[in-house]
Design a protein around this ligand. Sequence first.
Ligand SMILES: *Cc1c(COP(=O)(O)O)cnc(C)c1O
Length: 400
Amino acid sequence: MEFRDLKRQYQHIKPMIDANIAEILSSAHFISGEQVKTLETALASYVGVKHCITCANGTDAISIALMAHGVGAGDAVFVPDFTFFSSGECPAAVGATPIFVDVCSDTYNMDPKSLTATIEKIINENELKPKAIVAVDLFGQPFEYQAIRLICNRYGLLLLEDAAQGFGGHIVLPDGTVKMACSLGDIATTSFFPAKPLGCYGDGGAIFTNDDYIASLCRSIAVHGKDMEHPDDPNAKYNNARIGMNSRLDTLQAGVLLAKLPLFKDEELEAVSHVADLYTSFLSGIDELIVPVVKENMYSSWAQYTIQLPLSFSDGETMNRRAVQTRLKEKNIMTNVYYIKPMHKQGAFKDTRSAVADCQVTEELCGRVLCLPIHPYLEDKEVKFVVSELKIALKRTKTF
Ligand SMILES: *Cc1c(COP(=O)(O)O)cnc(C)c1O
């Protein structure tokens, strides 16, 4: 059983995908073809944000967003300690210092209390300027929007939503307003890596903002810093106004995403949510095992279904988690551990200010979490099979 079954999905939508790809092959507009614009319009409208700028991947999207806001040397960027490496890699790549913040043990998302404490600490140290927050929608669930928005306002920080895993999720505000993932930050980024909620057939990413000027800067940065501010000046075309990068979404990937988007909206989000609910109902009774919590008025796109194994299975001395994974693999059930290492302990941050962090919850999670197979095409009987094999694996491993 695959962890995320992309072959089944392709079989389901083959005619649309094949038609879009064939059309692009015959047009031969492989870079910046019309499908890219069409996709940007469709994505912006879906998430309810004025501008969508596609780019080569979700990592570039974060870097471009930070560059467009002038984030760089001397700036502190607050990032959850429990996330994929890019969330902290990009602030560092643009010259800023990622400062890692602990997460909540139930939602796995950035803890507003830890965030405030960490910002205060940086202010007191008086070495770095607090500049931005990278709020990650981890495993598909939108970050703690209301609390973190307030903190950004109080300290005057840029709010960047890293929605690489969150695309398709949403929140409902107390007044009933629905806000989609990718519309929750001053700027937001996502990834179309194949295994993400909306994936293409290679690398891809996008940036979302309501700000016209920031949008034009992002467009410029994504194409070698090309001068985009003077469309009427014929010489501007040959002027590179700033240092940028080469980061575009291929037309072929846009064609794949255009074929997938309607299905994603109309069927897959609901189907994957059903799988998650089924897991939660089957797993809820198991002693000491913790199922993922989605907060009231939050809707996850379920990029991952991540449980916490009973404490006795925690990695470290015992290696019991690995034993559980091995047993499941023998039954052809693929699992993963996201994430096995806190960000502040990554080798790249060794001996830097980024390595200093007070993130006990993250350290415990890294030892206990296990991600089970999840995707919209997983059948009820397969979920039941995973759960019964997991129960057996837990019993057997315990008596080791
Ligand atoms: C996958 C991911 C990224 C990076 O996306 P790529 O398209 O792989 O570059 C960034 N942040 C998070 C949280 C991710 O899961």
